[in-house]
Write a protein that binds this ligand. Structure first.
Ligand code: CA
Length: 228
């Protein structure tokens, strides 16, 4: 399994990235400050490093420099929007790529995959990556969910939502948790009603009678859960 080291002092961001990477089949190690980050980076375990620039202790540039002295592991620098200079410095110092905050989780995942591919390290998927959840079948390799053998036409968000429920069927998940974990960055600006709208659309695509759902259930005042 390919391992991604996430060096990021904002825990909420690190958690979202980590959650998404694990779902894509990567092993993840998180470090929340520069000192710990440098130690992990030099331990040679990671196949790719996601490196925040502004870090307590040792900053991202110093970590980049120290790692490059001994390793060519792909490094994606994460910069804040106003730090235009950082991008150039990062690239000059041997970073492979950079993303600018705020980034979408989707964009970040595709950058990570592209950089892994370039360095010859793909996420290793099992030969048969299909998983069964009641009438649903999830094929992570194809990013496809079927119900009773029929592929569902889902948007990326709907796919992410269902995957989130598959991870812990029958657990009641609050709208706040869905916003934070599935919408990720956007939850800061988001409206919880967006969750209800998305869940309604998801029901329309997955339930034979969306008004009387059998699988995607509402817990009044509590949130949603998957019944399979
Ligand atoms: Ca930071």
């Amino acid at each position: 399994m390919s391992c991604v080291l996430v060096i990021e002092d904002e825990q909420a961001i690190a958690n979202i990235i980590s959650f998404n990477l694990k779902r894509e089949g990567y092993d993840v190690v998180c470090a929340y400050d520069g000192v710990e980050g440098l130690k992990e980076a030099l331990s040679d375990k990671a196949d790719l490093i996601l490196l925040d620039v502004m870090l307590p202790g040792i900053d991202g540039f110093e970590i980049l420099k120290r790692v490059r002295e001994k390793s060519s592991v792909p490094i994606i620098m994460v910069t804040a929007r106003e730090e235009e200079r950082d991008k150039i410095m990062g690239l000059d110092n041997g970073a492979d790529d950079y993303v600018t905050k705020p980034f979408s989780v989707r964009e970040l995942m595709s950058r990570i995959k592209a950089n892994m591919r370039r360095s010859g390290k793909g996420a290793e998927k099992p030969a048969d990556s299909r998983e069964k959840y009641g009438p649903f079948e999830l094929d992570r390799a194809l990013q496809q969910i079927s119900k009773d053998g029929e592929p569902l036409e889902l948007t990326q968000r709907e796919y992410d939502l269902l995957c989130y429920f598959f991870a812990s069927p029958s657990k009641v998940v609050s709208r706040e948790e869905l916003m934070e974990k599935v919408w990720g960055y956007e939850y800061v600006y988001g409206d919880l009603r967006a969750v209800d709208v998305a869940m309604r659309r998801l029901r329309e695509k997955t339930e034979s009678d969306p008004a009387n759902p059998q699988y995607i259930m509402t817990r009044r005042g509590g949130g949603y859960y998957l019944q399979i």
